[in-house]
Design a binder for this molecule. Structure first.
Ligand code: PGA
Length: 247
């Protein structure tokens, strides 16, 4: 079924985090063993902080929750500070009651990358698919590491990162040359199979990508635009990220 993206514009990044955490909590309350699709990056950090807060206040338990992450840098093992496994430990897993064996992440150091990608798709299917997938958006319109040029029917695979993504992410590494050039990512088709999708965007540097995703031509040049074909997708954005939508 084709849907229309629901656009929710809120005041600032703090509101995005508060409301995104409410979506996650509602999903977990609806189904205590919900499968959450999780994103990394700067945007969802505050959302995870809100979720941790809700857990500490005993408003939500993640003891039965399963999770699937979007992507991982190739070559970084889970102990590397910039690996996405490390990020998830730091921002969420270490602070809630999720069982470690219920968290599914791609292994950046897999010897057989193709087998790793195939197994990831199989594992997602085996746990019944993703109920709610939390996404960020790249300044170039990517979702996960599906860079411009990614196909609508793409699946979990190893990709080369675009120059824009390497530049965007270099702030987190000691030098731009330290940023891995390749990464494992779920595909666009993998994301589209989630029952619900919640994309977060904050800040003026995301305005062009948000506008292209919602109002530009749909296609591979802006992978996030494919979400228009999803039956239950919400874009939760703050005013700066929505600033090019009104004009
Ligand atoms: P960011 O990354 O949240 O760090 O801006 C988003 C993304 O690249 O998907």
């Amino acid at each position: 079924m084709m849907g229309q993206i629901r656009l929710q514009i809120v005041e600032d990044a703090a509101d995005v985090a508060r409301i995104a955490a409410q979506y996650l909590c509602a999903q977990i309350r609806e189904r205590s063993d919900a499968v959450l699709g999780l994103a990394t990056g700067s945007t969802p950090e505050a959302t995870y902080a809100q979720l941790v807060h809700a857990h500490r206040q005993r408003r939500v338990s993640l003891s039965r929750v399963r999770s699937v992450n979007l992507d991982e840098y190739q070559g970084l093992d889970g102990a590397h500070e910039q690996s996405y496994r490390h990020y998830m430990q730091r921002h969420l897993f270490d602070h809630v009651d999720m069982r470690p064996w219920n968290a599914l992440l791609l292994d950046g150091t897999a010897v057989d990358g193709e087998a790793e990608c195939r197994a990831y798709e199989e594992r997602i299917r085996a746990i019944g698919g993703v109920d709610l997938w939390l996404l960020g958006i790249g300044s170039n319109g990517h979702i996960a590491f599906n860079e411009p040029g990614s196909a609508r029917d793409s699946r979990t695979r190893c990709v080369s990162l675009s120059a824009e993504t390497i530049a965007d992410n270099s702030r987190l590494f000691t030098a731009p040359t330290e940023v891995p050039r390749r990464a494992y990512t779920v595909g666009i088709a993998t994301i589209m199979e989630a029952r619900r999708v919640l994309l977060l965007a904050t800040g003026a540097h995301k305005a062009r990508a948000v506008s292209a995703a919602l109002r530009g031509e749909e296609g591979s040049h802006c992978p996030a635009s494919f979400l228009r074909g999803h039956s239950e997708c919400t874009f939760l954005v703050d005013r700066p990220a929505a600033s090019l939508l009104e004009s």
